[in-house]
Design a protein around this ligand. Sequence first.
Ligand SMILES: NC(=O)c1ccc[n+]([C@@H]2O[C@H](COP(=O)([O-])OP(=O)(O)OC[C@H]3O[C@@H](n4cnc5c(N)ncnc54)[C@H](OP(=O)(O)O)[C@@H]3O)[C@@H](O)[C@H]2O)c1
Length: 324
Amino acid sequence: MKAIRIHKFGSTEEVLQFEEVPVPQPGAHELLIKVEAASLNRADLGLRSGNYRIAPEDLPIIPGREFAGTVTKLGDGVTEFKIGQRVVAYTGMGGYAEYACAKVPDVRSIPGGVDAATAAAVPTVFLTAWFGLLEEGKLKAGEWLLVQAGSSGVGTAAIQIGKHAGAKVIATTSGAEKGRRLRELGADEVIDYTQDEWDTEVMRVTGDRDVDVVLEMVGGDVYQKSLQVLAAGGRLVSIGGAFGKIPDTPPALTEGRKATRFSITNYLKSKPEDFKQLDQILGWVEKKKFQVVIDKRFPLEETRAAQWYLQGREHFGKIILTMG
Ligand SMILES: NC(=O)c1ccc[n+]([C@@H]2O[C@H](COP(=O)([O-])OP(=O)(O)OC[C@H]3O[C@@H](n4cnc5c(N)ncnc54)[C@H](OP(=O)(O)O)[C@@H]3O)[C@@H](O)[C@H]2O)c1
């Protein structure tokens, strides 16, 4: 089968190799899936440069943390799925390939009205936004939510989940066109951080009240200023530092304000049963309550171009690899 493999860490053009490799065989309680689509995530960039969860001795690896397709083979003991069933898998690895194995607990069925590319784009960003906002951030109806990087994959999911929770949502982005699209997704207020001092704008929009929850993923200055726009009792949920540093230990804050770090991988390790939340989210995607924003699709052999596109920051929402 064809797959993208990483043999050493480095830049996109140095390390992403399009190769012929053997089809993997499912072990006990695993499925073999013929992959139709896999989704890109910013974490893939950290993975190929050696900064995300993989040690040099684990190489070579096939990246791709989530993918969707059809079950083609069952490992011993699998009773939960059938050959021919359409599924989405959230494995952390292996999705940039024509076939991939997944453990039964990491797989869910896809509703009939959801295509493979859409399903593959859902797990990371929707589960991160769902549990990051509702469990970690304790977001409640009527509260102000600030979503940094609104046009990111996670941002587009978080805006919709914030509205679902009954919050008033402010999103930051660059440029008028991305801003217009964020309003279409449901953002009540959009701040173009290239035009305005976004923290001053947050104060203006909320009538000097500031916000109850911030979903932060940019890092650096944006992280530091996000602490300043928390109202008393406010919660900052940091999910990463895509463009700047974040403190290893969140700072202590006054007046009941709280800053925490959240990882969907660690969350699902401690609460694996919560992965089933994907069923409800995919159901709402099928009913068009939630929109999965796919910006662009690339064939598997053009994975390098897809990653360059992700790094270029022109995208809005998710980037997808398609197989065959
Ligand atoms: N902890 C977790 O469990 C978890 C899970 C998933 C993702 N993440 C993290 O979440 C972040 C987003 O991931 P993703 O894959 O969704 O990213 P993505 O689609 O690559 O989006 C990143 C976007 O951030 C925006 N941005 C950059 N600088 C900004 C700034 N100063 N203010 C506002 N927006 C800015 C850019 O769009 P503009 O043109 O609008 O600037 C860029 O397109 C990454 O840090 C990722 O590692 C964490």
